[in-house]
Design a protein around this ligand. Structure first.
Ligand SMILES: [Zn+2]
Length: 468
C-alpha cells in the first residue's frame, strides 16, 4: 500500500484499539493499528489522533491583522491598559495608533472615557476596539478626521465612521498577516476556519494564497447580508468555491452585544429602560432570509439577545431544511426558543470561550441574575437534538481550541471535540469530507495530547503543516 504520510503509535479518537493512520495524497487511505511504511512517518507517542479542528466562527483576517497591532486582550485594569498604550505608542511610529482587545470590565463603569485616550496619545489619531469588536474607543484627533463631534466611544455601525479613515493595509501586508495567522492556526491543530462575514472582500487574498500553493488552512468565506442589500450584487462571485476556499453562505447581524446594551432583549437591561434595538425591521430579516433561501444560499445570523434569537428563528421558519441555516452566539435565548433549533433544523454555532467568567462580569451585571443563568446553553441544545458547532470568534477571544474545550466543561470532552470537528463540518456542509478520521476523508488531522493540550502535529490535505 502506497502512503505519502503515516501517523503511528497514537490513539485514533473515538475508535478504541486503533492507533495508526495512513495518508496518500490528500486523503486518508487506512485507519488501523501497527507499524506503517510511508515517505514520512510521525510517531504520535501515545497522543490522540483527532480530525483537525474546524473553527466554525472566526474573523480570521481581523485576527491575523491584530497580531501586529497593539493587543490589550485580557488586561485587567485601567492602569495597566494606560501603561501598555503609552509603551506601544513610544515603540511604534505610524500615522495612526491602532489596537484592539480591551475588556469592558477593566474600566470603572464598564466603558473607557473620552478624555483618557487624548491624554495617552496626543500626537496622532488613535483607535482601539473592544475585545468583541462591537465598541470603538477613539481620541479626538481620530474623531476630528471622521467628522464626529463629541463622544469618544462608538457602538456598532458607528465604528465604520472612524475605521474607514484608517490608512488601508496593502494587499502584500494582508497576505503577510494571513500567513502569520495560518502559522498560529496550524500550531493549534486547526485545519479549517469559517470566516464570519466580509468574505466578498477577502476572496482575492485567499485565492491568491491558494493559487500560489501557500494555504495550510481551509477557509469558508461568508458574504455579508445587510438590510436593503440586493443579492444580485453577488452574482459575479463564486457560489460554492472548492475544498480550500469555499463559499455559499451569507452572514447577517440581528443585534449587537450585551456589554454595550446593543443586544436586542425582550425585557430591559438591569437598572435601565434600554432593551437594545434589533438591526432589522420586524419583517425585514424574514424577507431577506426567504429571498436568500430561495436563491440557494445558506444564512448565518449573529443573534445574542433573546429578542434577536427569536427574530432569527422566526426568519428561518418555513425555509428549506437542508440549507442548515445557523444562529451564531446564542448567548441569552428565551427558554422556549431552545427546542426550536432541532425542530427547524437550524445549527447552533457557539463559542465556549465567551462564557469565561473573566469576560462576563459586565455581561452578568447588564442582564441581572435571572437572565445571566440562561447563558450559552450548548448542553441543552445538544440534548434537544440540535446540531451544535463550536468555534472561537478570534480575535474576540484567543484562537485556541484547547481553551474552548476547557470552557465547555459542562459537557463531556468528547462531545466538545465533536462540536469542534463533526459539528462544524456539518455546519458548512462538509461532513462527508471532514470531521472524522476515516478512510476516504480528507487528511486533515491534529495529533494532540489530551492530557496537556499540547499539539504535536497538524496535517492539512495530507501535508504536515506543523510539528511541535
Ligand atoms: Zn463573530
Amino acid at each position: 500500500m502506497a502512503a505519502s504520510l503515516a501517523i503511528v503509535n497514537g490513539q485514533v479518537w473515538s475508535r478504541p484499539g486503533l492507533s495508526a493512520v495512513a495518508v496518500d495524497g490528500e486523503r486518508i487511505t487506512f485507519v488501523g493499528a501497527g507499524s506503517l511504511q510511508a515517505d514520512r512517518v510521525i510517531d504520535a507517542a501515545g497522543a490522540s489522533i483527532l480530525p483537525a479542528f474546524n473553527d466554525a466562527h472566526v474573523h480570521f483576517l481581523m485576527g491575523s491583522r491584530s497580531l501586529s497591532e497593539l493587543d490589550l486582550h485580557g488586561v485587567a485594569t485601567q492602569a495597566e491598559i494606560e501603561r501598555r498604550i503609552i509603551e506601544y505608542a513610544r515603540g511604534h511610529a505610524g500615522q495612526w495608533l491602532v489596537g484592539r482587545g480591551w475588556f469592558y470590565s477593566a474600566f470603572p463603569g464598564g466603558m473607557p472615557t473620552f478624555g483618557l485616550l487624548d491624554r495617552l496619545v496626543a500626537d496622532r489619531p488613535a483607535y482601539i476596539e473592544s475585545f468583541d469588536a462591537h465598541t470603538g474607543w477613539a481620541n479626538s484627533r481620530a474623531l476630528a478626521i471622521a467628522g464626529i463631534p463629541g463622544a469618544g466611544v462608538l457602538k456598532e455601525g458607528a465604528l465604520l465612521d472612524v475605521t474607514r479613515h484608517i490608512p488601508a493595509r496593502t494587499k502584500a501586508e494582508d497576505l503577510d498577516a494571513l500567513r502569520a495567522g495560518m502559522r498560529l492556526a496550524a500550531s493549534r491543530g486547526i485545519g479549517s476556519v469559517q470566516e464570519a462575514g466580509d468574505g466578498q472582500n477577502q476572496l482575492e487574498l485567499w485565492t491568491a494564497l491558494r493559487d500560489a500553493g501557500e494555504l495550510t488552512l481551509r477557509v469558508r468565506l461568508a458574504y455579508d447580508l445587510t438590510p436593503g442589500l440586493d443579492l444580485d450584487a453577488y452574482n459575479g462571485l463564486p457560489r460554492q468555491g472548492d475544498a480550500w476556499v469555499a463559499t455559499g453562505i451569507l452572514k447577517a447581524f440581528a443585534d449587537g452585544v450585551v456589554e454595550s446594551h446593543t443586544a436586542a432583549m425582550l425585557e430591559p437591561y438591569a437598572g435601565s429602560n434600554e432593551r437594545g434595538d434589533p438591526i432589522w425591521g420586524p419583517d425585514q430579516l424574514r424577507d431577506a432570509v426567504r429571498d436568500a433561501d430561495a436563491r440557494g444560499w445558506q444564512v448565518q445570523v449573529h443573534a445574542i439577545g433573546d429578542a434577536a434569537i427569536g427574530q432569527a428563528l422566526d426568519a428561518f421558519e418555513g425555509t428549506t431544511r437542508g440549507r442548515r441555516h445557523r444562529v451564531e452566539h446564542i448567548e441569552t435565548p428565551h427558554p422556549t426558543d431552545v427546542a426550536r433549533f432541532a425542530r427547524l433544523g437550524v445549527v447552533a454555532s457557539m463559542q465556549p470561550q465567551h462564557s469565561d467568567p473573566k469576560l462576563t462580569e459586565v455581561w452578568r451585571r447588564h442582564l441581572g441574575p435571572a437572565r445571566a443563568t440562561r447563558g450559552w446553553p450548548w448542553r441543552e441544545l445538544g440534548r434537544s437534538g440540535a446540531h451544535v458547532a463550536f468555534g472561537t470568534d478570534w480575535p474576540v477571544v484567543r484562537l485556541d481550541p484547547w481553551a474552548s474545550l476547557q470552557a465547555a466543561r459542562d459537557i463531556s470532552r468528547d462531545d466538545a471535540i465533536r462540536a469542534w470537528t463533526e459539528g462544524s463540518a456539518y455546519a458548512e456542509h462538509s461532513e462527508t469530507n471532514k470531521g472524522d478520521v476515516r478512510e476516504g476523508m480528507l487528511a486533515d488531522i491534529a495529533v494532540v495530547d489530551l492530557e496537556t493540550g499540547e499539539v504535536k502535529a497538524t496535517v492539512v490535505g495530507g501535508r504536515l503543516v506543523y510539528e511541535g
